[in-house]
Write a protein that binds this ligand. Structure first.
Ligand code: SF4
Length: 298
C-alpha cells in the first residue's frame, strides 16, 4: 500500500508530481481549524524500509518523471541528516527525479540554518508550500497558529536569499464575521512583501472534531457569510502588487464560491471581473447560507 489514507493532500501545482508518502500528521497540530487539531493524527514517520520500497515501486510506475512531492503535513520538520539521506536515496532508486517539494511550516524554515537549507537545495529540494493563512497577527493568534507574521516573513526572506521557491496559502474568512477587511488587507500587505511562486486562497471550512468546530458551536467564533468572503477575496486581489511576473494564482478549491485561476499580475483584471460578476449576482439575491463543509472537501 503506497499511502496510509484514502485521501492524500498535495498542492494543485504538484498535480503531475510523483507522490511519495514520508509521514502522516503534522509536528504542530494545534491550528484550531486544521483537521490535525482533532489530536487523532500526530506526526508519524513512515518506516524507512517502506519508504525505500515505495520509491522503487514509484520509479517503475512513473519512469522518466522528474518531479516528486513528499506527502506529510510538514516534512521539512524532520532532521536535515534524515532529509539529506532521503533525497540521496530518491536519486539512487529513482534517478530521473530532479526536484523534490513538500509542505513546510515557516517555523521549520527558521529552525534550519542557512547551511542546512542550502545543502538540501543542492540535493534537489525545490518548492516549499507554506500555510500563512492570514497576514493579521490578531487572527493568527485567535486560531493558535503558533507563529506571527514577522516570523513568517523572516522565514520567507531566508528562502529568498537561498533561491528556494515557495508557494503560500491563505484562508478567506479566517477572521470571522466582521473581519473581512482586516483579513484581506493584512494578507495582501503580507504577500506584497514576498516573492511567491504561487498563491492559493481557500475559504474557511469547519471540519468535524476540530477545536474550531467547538468554538463555533459555543458561539466563540462566528463565521462570516459568503458575501463577506467574496468581498474579502476581491479586496485582497485588488491590493496585490507583485514584483514577480507570472505568479500562479489558484482559488478554485471547492470551498471557494467562484473558481478563479490565472497568472498574476497578467490576469488580475479578468479575475477581478469574474469575482465582481459573482458579487453582483449575490447582490441580486442568489446567494445564501454559510460555509460549513464536510472534511473531504479540504
Ligand atoms: S494548519 Fe499546517 S501547521 Fe497548522 S496544524 Fe495544520 S498542517 Fe500543522
Amino acid at each position: 500500500m503506497l499511502y496510509t489514507n484514502d485521501v492524500v493532500y498535495r498542492p494543485p501545482p504538484e498535480q503531475n508530481s510523483v507522490l511519495l508518502e514520508i509521514a502522516t500528521g503534522c509536528s504542530y497540530g494545534k491550528c484550531d481549524f486544521c483537521r490535525y487539531s482533532t489530536g487523532e493524527e500526530e506526526l508519524c514517520l513512515i518506516p524507512p524500509d517502506v519508504i525505500r520500497k515505495n520509491i522503487y515501486i514509484l520509479s517503475q510506475a512513473y519512469p522518466g518523471r522528474e518531479r516528486m512531492f513528499l506527502l506529510g503535513g510538514n516534512v521539512l520538520a524532520f532532521k536535515t541528516d534524515f532529509l539529506s539521506q532521503l533525497f540521496q536515496e530518491i536519486k539512487l532508486y529513482f534517478p530521473s527525479i530532479r526536484t523534490i517539494s513538500m509542505y513546510a511550516r515557516a517555523k521549520d524554515v527558521l529552525n534550519k540554518s542557512f547551511d542546512q537549507l542550502f545543502s538540501l537545495r543542492e540535493l534537489g529540494m525545490d518548492t516549499l508550500y507554506i500555510g500563512i493563512e492570514s497576514g493579521s497577527d490578531r487572527i493568527l493568534k485567535i486560531h493558535n497558529k503558533g507563529i506571527n507574521s514577522a516570523e513568517m516573513l523572516a522565514a520567507l526572506m531566508k528562502l529568498d536569499k537561498l533561491g528556494i521557491p515557495y508557494g503560500l496559502s491563505f484562508i478567506i474568512g479566517l477572521g470571522g464575521k466582521g473581519s473581512y477587511y482586516e483579513n484581506a488587507t493584512e494578507s495582501s500587505n503580507f504577500i506584497n512583501k514576498t516573492y511567491p511562486q504561487s498563491i492559493r486562497l481557500m475559504t474557511l471550512t469547519v471540519f468535524t472534531g476540530t477545536v474550531l468546530e467547538r468554538k463555533v458551536e459555543l458561539g466563540d467564533f462566528v463565521l462570516q457569510d459568503e458575501y463577506e468572503s467574496l468581498l474579502e477575496e476581491e479586496i485582497l486581489i485588488k491590493n496585490l502588487e507583485l514584483d514577480a511576473e507570472d505568479t500562479l494564482f489558484v482559488a478554485n478549491h471547492v470551498s471557494n464560491r467562484v473558481p478563479l485561476l490565472g497568472l498574476l499580475p497578467r490576469d488580475k483584471a479578468r479575475i477581478l471581473k469574474e469575482l465582481r460578476t459573482e458579487i453582483d449576482s449575490y447582490n441580486l439575491g442568489e446567494g445564501n447560507g454559510q460555509n460549513i463543509a464536510d472534511e473531504n472537501h479540504w
